[in-house]
Design a protein around this ligand. Structure first.
Ligand SMILES: Cc1cc2nc3c(=O)[nH]c(=O)nc-3n(C[C@H](O)[C@H](O)[C@H](O)COP(=O)(O)OP(=O)(O)OC[C@H]3O[C@@H](n4cnc5c(N)ncnc54)[C@H](O)[C@@H]3O)c2cc1C
Ligand code: SF4
Length: 292
């Protein structure tokens, strides 16, 4: 996996450029690479190998995304009128900070010609049955499993609270490795058996230790995040996964395809203010462009 500046004369031509390495980008990159296409993934953030997520207050204070101010960290906060947002910048996108809960969209929400309050209607052209085979495949790739321990204090408290409120409680599938391999009994801190090709960080991972730090990044590699799953598989199938590459623009090419331009956030500039609008532009050409 590349984590270094690239040649500004880079005018390579590939089948597909995928912008972003979150859920949309990682799945697309893997499936296209698996099908034999040449794929380049451009991800603005940096890789987070096991042990690479900040923990100290000082490091957490710098764990934000604002390269102009020298911040190359993970949390990218957005503020709109009446709406705040937090997204993740890093190899694996939102999977680095999400809560690992893999719910299938409720069948009742695939509405057909359902009237909207302001007029018009909502119409889903597909059904849950159409999506179920794809949910199956994603759950296999992400190692979906229900929380295996029945008697941990928070589990007991949740059951007790639900009983008091008369509400149902269930344990949803989680993209977390509790056992060293599928079908084995759960055990905290055991080494996980990766596929033969390993993972793109080239580092060992261990099973969930129940530390509850999932939303600030799992330092044990127990979360089956996209870097450990889809992106490792994509790289195994030949995808060129590039980090610190922020796409700045794209334009259709005469005759088809796209020119894509991007800047590289040099690790040496981390912690230092940088005129990011003056960074040199790198270019790549592609037949298909996926903005994810
Ligand atoms: C705290 C938290 C907990 C969550 N928990 C859950 C959960 O348990 N279950 C669930 O289903 N969902 C959960 N979500 C939601 C889920 O994470 C998002 O829906 C999902 O990540 C969106 O996927 P995406 O592919 O659209 O984008 P993202 O995963 O956000 O990926 C976008 C990627 O594009 C990169 N990027 C952006 N701009 C550029 C550019 N110009 N050039 C190059 N790269 C760029 C970003 O750095 C990022 O890596 C949670 C979200 C948060 C914030
Ligand atoms: S080891 Fe901690 S951070 Fe990692 S999945 Fe388990 S609870 Fe979450």
């Amino acid at each position: 996996m590349a984590d270094a500046p690239h040649d500004s004369q880079d005018t390579a031509h590939v089948d597909t450029v995928v912008v972003g390495s979150g859920f949309g980008g990682a799945v697309t990159a893997y499936r296209l690479a698996e099908a034999g296409q040449s794929v380049v993934v451009l991800e603005r953030g940096k890789p987070y190998p096991p042990g690479g997520f900040p923990r100290s207050p000082a490091d957490m204070a710098r764990n934000f995304w604002d390269p102009s101010n020298g911040l190359h960290g993970m949390f990218d906060l957005w503020s709109f009128r009446g709406l705040e947002g937090v997204v993740s910048s890093g190899l694996g996108g939102g999977s680095l900070i999400y809560a690992n809960v893999l719910l299938r969209k409720d069948e009742r929400w695939f509405v057909h010609e359902s009237p909207l309050p302001g007029g018009g209607y909502e119409n889903w052209p597909i059904s849950r049955a159409d999506l179920d085979p794809h949910y199956d495949r994603v759950e296999r790739m992400l190692g979906a499993t229900t929380y295996p321990y029945q008697d941990t204090p928070k589990t007991l408290a949740l059951h007790q609270a639900a009983r008091r409120l008369g509400l149902p409680v269930f344990r949803p599938p989680l993209a977390v490795s509790f056992a060293p391999r599928p079908g084995a009994p759960p055990v905290p801190g055991a080494q996980i058996t990766d596929p033969d090709y390993g993972n793109l960080h080239g580092l060992p991972r261990s099973t969930c230790r129940l530390c509850g730090e999932c939303d600030v990044g799992c330092n044990y590699g127990a979360k089956n995040t996209l870097d450990h799953t889809y992106l490792s598989a994509a790289q195994h199938h030949g995808a060129d996964v590039r980090t610190r590459c922020e796409v700045r623009g794209f334009a259709p090419r005469p005759g088809g395809g796209y020119n894509v331009s991007y800047v590289v956030h040099d690790p040496a500039r981390e912690g230092r203010r940088t005129a990011t609008d003056r960074l040199p532009l790198h270019r790549i050409r592609c037949r298909r462009l996926v903005l994810a």
